[in-house]
Design a protein around this ligand. Structure first.
Ligand SMILES: [Zn+2]
Ligand SMILES: [Zn+2]
Length: 295
């Protein structure tokens, strides 16, 4: 397993079964160095994008994937705005960068179909402008939604590439339903947990995983800030301690902390790693945007 930072052009030669790129390690709070939540998993020749927060396509280009037309699938853990704000960009830019119709496979929790229908309504003026202007564009963007609650994700591209993805329910209430994903290829496994507190579904996903990517908060820091709206985030995210305990309990190899709130300043990540290390003796990473992990 290797980690590089920052990422940059895609020189990956695929010596290991999977590559994880932290495209965006930020949160809803705008940050000049951290894009919104988005993680790229490359396996079996597939490019799988998990969530698509602020700046996702800029970071995707920096990771060496030229555009969303190259994505094999977009997957969403939940429909919170910080995880979906650039879905409209993925849909529109894939459409206009594809010279032949290229329906976007989109997987998400129950409610995703409705979310996409409303997104398409939002985009309808722009779609009409582009169809009027480009003679070769005769139909609008197409999105093929698969809603998943628990169990294997059924996509043709996955089976052909020897990649499996299993979803399980997570607990981010009152945001519900929400899901996490476990991706497996050639004996390696990666879990994209999304926003969740520890729960049975999460434990099922991460058991024995090589890499466990968890969004985390520092309740000890937030607890000192007298602002109720900030305090509210503590009860539906994993703390660093909880993420480390989940990793230890489930026998994972590497814990990757992302979506860190409040984001550590450059160089401040070690404090987060030290905190997690009190509960988990595996590898712990608190990466910046475009860090990569091969597994
Ligand atoms: Zn959320
Ligand atoms: Zn979030």
């Amino acid at each position: 397993m290797t980690e590089q930072r920052p990422g940059g052009t895609d020189t990956w030669v695929g010596s290991l079964p999977m590559k994880v790129t932290l495209l965006g390690t930020g949160s809803p709070l705008p940050d000049p160095l951290r894009a919104g939540p988005a993680t790229l998993v490359q396996a079996g020749g597939l490019h799988l994008l998990f969530d698509c927060g602020r700046g996702a396509l800029m970071r995707l280009a920096a990771a060496g994937v030229a555009g969303p037309q190259a994505l094999s699938a977009q997957l969403l853990t939940h429909l919170h705005s910080d995880h979906t704000t650039d879905l409209n960009d993925v849909i529109t830019t894939r459409w206009i960068m594809s010279l032949v119709p290229a329906p976007l496979p989109l997987v998400g929790p129950v409610g995703t179909q409705r979310f996409v229908e409303r997104t398409m309504e939002m985009l309808s003026d722009d779609v009409s402008y582009r169809i009027a202007h480009h003679e070769d564009l005769t139909v609008g963007p197409q999105v093929e939604v698969t809603e998943i609650a628990d169990g294997p994700v059924d996509l043709d591209a996955l089976a052909a590439a020897g990649v499996t993805i299993v979803a399980a329910p997570t607990d981010h209430r009152p945001v519900a339903p929400t899901v996490g994903y476990r991706i497996e290829h050639d004996g390696s496994s990666v879990v994209i947990a999304g926003d969740t507190v520890p729960c049975d579904g999460l434990d099922r996903l991460v058991t024995g995983a090589d890499v466990y990517v968890q969004t985390v908060i520092r309740d000890d820091v937030i607890g000192q800030i007298p602002l109720q709206r900030l305090q509210d985030v503590c009860d539906y995210h994993s703390t660093v301690t909880q993420a480390a305990q989940t990793a230890a309990r489930s026998g994972v190899g590497t814990l990757v902390m992302t979506h860190m709130v409040p984001a550590p300043p450059p160089g401040g990540e070690q404090e987060w790693i030290d905190l997690a290390a009190q509960h988990f003796d595996g590898t712990i990473l608190a990466p910046q945007d475009l860090a990569t992990i091969e597994v």
